[in-house]
Design a protein around this ligand. Structure first.
Ligand SMILES: NC(=O)c1ccc[n+]([C@@H]2O[C@H](COP(=O)([O-])OP(=O)(O)OC[C@H]3O[C@@H](n4cnc5c(N)ncnc54)[C@H](O)[C@@H]3O)[C@@H](O)[C@H]2O)c1
Length: 442
């Protein structure tokens, strides 16, 4: 990892980014000189692109980041996004044209998951640092293409795993690093999504495996990345089961989308997108371009992802992870337990959004059980302040140093996606054991 001082010496045009740390160091080191701000382009101007990486970055990081271009396949949405972000930059529907015209230092990739790899590979080829939202890739061919492009280019990829940045998530990492439970032997990780958050994945592009890699990749890659990061080990083999028993074909009626639905009165999952003014601007007003319906029917028969998933992962260090995710629960939450030879660490969350209650409990074998106090206040904003944390890491190189290893690059992006990919390959083959090494050459 390069020091901040060294990075500050790199001129904007010449800087060769090798890690996310260097990217942030290069921009923050140059903060005082506006001509040295990081020239940032963004592709994928939907919710995440506009609301997480657009508006707050333009507002709070203008000393270190300068937007130079926005791109989306939807020409109306990209213009609306520009207006919402409040930057006076050219907009594009062609990525290469954007990069060649605006010559960015880095590209933020917030398109749908199955398209990230195209822009990662192309950025590497064009000499631009890719910063990608999770999931980095959704199948093994995409993963291999990124690994190969990275090797050819010598540049790294930054993957924005905000789930590492929650206050409790960092505390768990610290406790495991301090070996609070001794050697971890097994981990249980259960994810509960309710009929609002969970259903939302079945309203739009995520419901097709070819777009999301199923929720085992799109959603669970957060959790697999956390597991890899907490355990400091690599997954070796995976087996899984999955089923679709609630959404999709599991209903007697269906429509195209809620606004036009004749069953809206009787459908418990009716959703009124027009109540969200930002969504009206970004989606409803842009439908004429691509037919993307933000309030698509959760009962669509084309749905080919799972709503119940059960996965087993064996790690190189011998740890066994048991993971489940269920997406139609009456409440949101997580239940994560680390079983060690000296004790047990339980991390429980109940509720979501602004109503989340979390507890981290440490119980020593033959000893006391206590709730672990949090030593840090949660920051304001989305995902319990975790999004503010990831923005600081990417654009200000904070925290620096990084004792909890919050930074994530291509390897972390690959291994987290690969667990999900191995899991859906296993499901496709009736629970067969899938070895990570058989999917790609890491
Ligand atoms: N880390 C997190 O907490 C978090 C939260 C939400 C979303 N995300 C990630 O952000 C990404 C976007 O999710 P979203 O909810 O904003 O979706 P979205 O549907 O709101 O936005 C996706 C955008 O990508 C555009 N797009 C689709 N295909 C494209 C292509 N080939 N080229 C260019 N643009 C294309 C769409 O037109 C749309 O504007 C996903 O990868 C998702 O996993 C991460």
């Amino acid at each position: 990892m390069q020091s901040q001082k060294h990075s500050a010496l790199l001129s904007r045009r010449n800087f060769v980014v090798t890690t996310g740390a260097t990217l942030a160091a290069a921009s923050s080191g140059a903060a005082s000189q506006s001509s040295k701000r990081l020239r940032l382009a963004l592709v994928g101007t939907g919710m995440r692109g506009t609301l997480t990486w657009g508006i707050p970055v333009a507002k709070n990081y203008s000393d270190v980041v300068e937007f130079v271009g926005l791109c989306d396949i939807n020409s109306k949405r990209v213009k609306m996004s520009r207006e919402m972000i409040g930057v006076n930059v050219p907009v594009f529907t062609d990525f290469d044209e954007m990069v060649k015209t605006t010559r960015p230092d880095a590209v933020m990739i917030t398109t749908i998951c199955a398209t990230h790899y195209r822009y990662i590979v192309r950025s590497l080829e064009l000499g631009v640092h890719p910063i990608t939202e999770k999931a980095m890739c959704t199948d093994e061919q995409q993963c291999q293409a990124i690994l190969d492009a990275q090797r050819r280019s010598g540049r790294n990829v930054t993957v924005t795993f905000n789930a590492r940045h929650g206050v409790e998530d960092k505390k768990v990492k610290q406790l495991l690093m301090e070996r609070a439970v001794g050697d971890v032997i097994a981990v249980d990780f259960h994810e509960y999504l309710n009929t609002s958050h969970g259903a939302d994945y079945f309203r739009r592009w995520h419901r097709l495996k070819e777009n999301s890699g199923t929720l085992l990749v799109h959603k669970a890659c957060h959790h697999f990345d956390q597991a890899n990061w907490w355990l400091e080990s690599d997954p070796v083999e995976v087996s899984a089961w999955g089923q679709l028993k609630y959404y999709g074909h599991n209903n007697s009626f269906r429509g195209t989308h809620c606004r036009a639905c004749p069953y809206r009165k009787q459908c418990k999952l009716y959703y009124d997108v027009t109540k969200n003014p930002q969504f009206v601007k970004l989606y409803v007003d842009c439908e004429s371009e691509d037919g993307y319906l933000r309030d698509g029917c959760v009962w669509a028969e084309s749905t080919n992802i799972y709503d119940s998933m059960s996965v087993r992962v064996r790690y190189r260090n011998g740890v066994i992870l048991t993971y489940t995710a269920n997406t139609y629960q009456p409440y949101e939450g997580q239940s994560i337990s680390f079983m060690g030879n000296k004790g047990r660490l339980d991390y429980q969350t109940f509720g979501g959004g602004g109503h989340k209650v979390s507890e981290v409990r440490l119980t020593r074998t033959f000893g006391k059980s206590e709730i672990v106090p949090m030593t840090e206040q949660a920051r304001a904003g989305e995902h319990g302040g975790a999004d503010a944390g990831i923005r600081d890491l990417v654009f200000r190189n904070l925290p620096n140093p990084d004792p909890l290893s919050l930074r994530a690059g291509m390897r972390a992006g690959a291994l987290s996606s690969l667990i999900g990919i191995a899991a859906y390959r296993s499901i496709e083959q009736n629970g067969r054991l899938v070895r990570i090494n058989d999917l790609v050459k890491l």
